[in-house]
Design a binder for this molecule. Structure first.
Ligand code: ACO
Length: 418
């Protein structure tokens, strides 16, 4: 919806800039013609105040702590949905029902096997290869098996179906155990858990509390509008790179400790505090000290300046799942104490630093038996439908064009050799 224009006075020119208002009242000044009109660009390093697209997928109000997928509050989806339903909602705009739902779930269930040739790739990696590196390579490798790219919906189904198999195989590789093949009689989360935890020597039945915790975690991670990895996916996809290559780029962007890699870093931080005698106050002081580069991992968010609603849900779930599984994890107590102290501390209050989704997800994954190095892979499995939805929205946009930001050059002016 376009309404009245903004006026910009620049040097001796007065320029009208269109105002765009989103469906939740978010306002933007459209500067897309500014350079053509005035020779100026806008500068916003880190894109903190830049809208890179219009999107109908996910709404966040960071001030109020609101997160909705396609209009549905995250709390409702987390309470009553299966991950594959939420994936369909994100990608196609509605929760699937009846025959549509059957076709969606069945299509994914029947495509979980990876090509036997692809299995050989795993042999080439060193035993302790990080599973995120394997995941990114394997996503790209899928495009060698499905190179045509002429049936996007089928490629989407393939990718969602095969991602847990690849993730579980990368775990099995890291512990030197034989791969466990997918099973069509299990649901999405249970199938992943079975491929991950079953050993040839023992019986394994997926515990219901672990299955439902995984379903919840995947839903909470499923989309988060234009974050670092999603913007990367859109950026790469904007060149018309194929779906698999674009998703591999998302995996790489997610890996970093300031993004999805934070869940691994949270556990490492809590372990460090525990090994150091559990003195969490010392670590909040360190996080505040400008001379130290230590940060409270799992705290702070570019968008949320209030409690991350996902962290709220996960804190409750962590209590419940740990009790159910009979796990007594001292790291949970340290995490709660850290949170309590930080929420009352002026430094964190002033900067609006609250726990983010990664603060409690690591504790849950630990209780479920997922090794620390796999945490970010779990995040990637959850985020996959969001990446796909955003990629598809961009590709389906008739006005879409290649992403190409500008810069302000501050290097040497022209000079010559000799
Ligand atoms: N611990 C201590 N201080 C912090 C923290 C933290 N975790 N996060 C931000 N601050 C401080 C900064 O030092 C800065 O202080 P200053 O104004 O005195 O210089 C202020 O708060 C603002 O921080 P920025 O880094 O400018 O905020 P930005 O929006 O760029 O960064 C980020 C957001 C990367 C999430 C940051 O808060 C952080 O590093 N958190 C820890 C890592 C983390 O948990 N990442 C996961 C994010 S959620 C996700 O990706 C799924």
């Amino acid at each position: 919806m376009d309404v009245a224009n903004a006026k910009l006075i620049l040097e001796d020119q007065e320029i009208d800039l269109p105002i765009v208002i989103g469906s939740e009242g978010e306002k933007a000044v459209d500067i897309s013609k500014l350079r053509a009109q005035t020779g100026h660009i806008t500068l916003d390093s880190g894109y903190g105040n830049t809208g890179s697209c219009s999107s109908g997928i996910t709404f966040i109000d960071g001030e109020k702590g609101i997160l909705r997928y396609r209009g549905y509050p995250i709390e409702e989806l987390a309470e009553s949905c299966k991950f594959l339903d939420v994936a369909h909602l994100l990608i196609y705009g509605q929760l699937p029902k009846g025959a549509e739902k059957d076709a969606w779930v069945d299509g994914i269930t029947r495509r979980t096997l990876i090509h036997e040739e692809m299995k050989k790739f795993f042999e080439g990696y060193p035993p302790h290869a990080h599973p995120m590196a394997i995941l990114a390579s394997m996503f790209t490798s899928l495009s060698t098996f499905y190179p045509d790219g002429d049936d996007t919906d089928l490629d989407i189904v393939r990718l969602i179906a095969k991602a847990p198999t690849i993730a579980a195989f990368s775990y099995k590789k890291s512990v030197g155990q034989p791969f466990v093949y997918p099973r069509n009689d299990l649901g999405y989360a249970a199938n992943f858990l079975n491929m991950t935890f079953r050993k040839p020597t023992e019986d394994y039945v997926v515990p219901e509390s672990v299955r439902s915790a995984l379903n919840l975690l995947l839903i909470l991670h499923a989309d988060h509008e234009q974050n670092c990895s999603t913007s990367t996916v859109r950026m790469v996809g904007s060149s018309q790179a194929n779906l698999f290559a674009s998703m591999a780029a998302g995996v790489s962007a997610l890996w970093g400790p300031l993004h999805g890699g934070a869940n691994q870093k949270v556990i490492e931080m809590l372990q460090r505090i525990e090994a150091d005698g559990g003195d969490y106050k010392k670590y909040t002081e360190m996080a505040k000290d400008r001379n130290s580069d230590f940060r409270l991992m799992g705290f702070g968010h570019r968008v949320y300046k209030n409690f991350d609603p996902r962290a709220r849900i996960l804190k409750k779930a962590a209590d419940h799942v740990l009790r159910d599984l009979g796990v007594d994890d001292p790291l949970l107590d340290i995490a709660k104490n850290l949170e309590e102290i930080a929420l009352a501390d002026e430094y964190f209050v002033e900067r609006k630093l609250y726990p983010n989704v990664d603060f409690y997800s690591g504790i849950l994954y630990r209780a479920m038996g997922i090794p620390t190095e796999m945490f970010t892979v779990m995040f990637a499995l959850g985020r996959l439908p969001g990446w796909i939805a955003q990629w598809k929205e961009m590709r389906d946009d008739p006005k879409g064009r290649i992403y190409r930001p500008r810069q302000v050059y501050v290097g040497a002016t022209e000079r010559h050799i000799g």
